[in-house]
Design a protein around this ligand. Structure first.
Ligand code: AMP
Ligand code: ZN
Length: 112
């Protein structure tokens, strides 16, 4: 299957990786729309939010756990937006489920 984000997960296309575990991958967006803009994606190829089912939805909860941790580590403790676009009319341009995290670092970052 020809999927940009599957290729990024497999390392066939380079990315600015932030985090990876067994089921989730996170990397900076190549065209940032906020001072801090990264994407969190399931490693399993799920085409869009419309393709979330009872069988594959557990990874979505894990995505949000990872977002909570990474946003803290990257200095977004004052808040951030999480966005997922669905389908052509929803502005989805890459056919692999992804969650945008957009925010700016707090003045207290980095800690210490
Ligand atoms: P969407 O429009 O919701 O499908 O978002 C797709 C996002 O993927 C856009 O914000 C793009 O800037 C981003 N993107 C596309 N190609 C790459 C890439 N090679 N590395 C990182 N981000 C990318
Ligand atoms: Zn994919």
């Amino acid at each position: 299957m020809d999927c940009l984000f599957c290729s990024i997960i497999e390392g066939k296309i380079p990315s600015n990786k932030i985090y990876e575990d067994d089921s989730v991958f996170a990397f900076y967006d190549i065209d940032p729309q906020a001072p801090v803009h990264f994407l969190v994606i399931p490693k399993e190829h799920i085409a869009s939010p419309a393709a979330i089912t009872p069988e594959n939805s557990a990874v979505v909860a894990h995505v949000f756990e990872v977002i909570a941790r990474l946003s803290q580590e990257l200095g977004l403790e004052n808040g951030y937006r999480v966005v997922t676009n669905c389908g052509k009319d929803g502005g989805q341009s890459v056919g692999h489920l992804h969650f945008h995290v957009l925010g700016k670092r707090s003045l207290a970052w980095p800690p210490g």
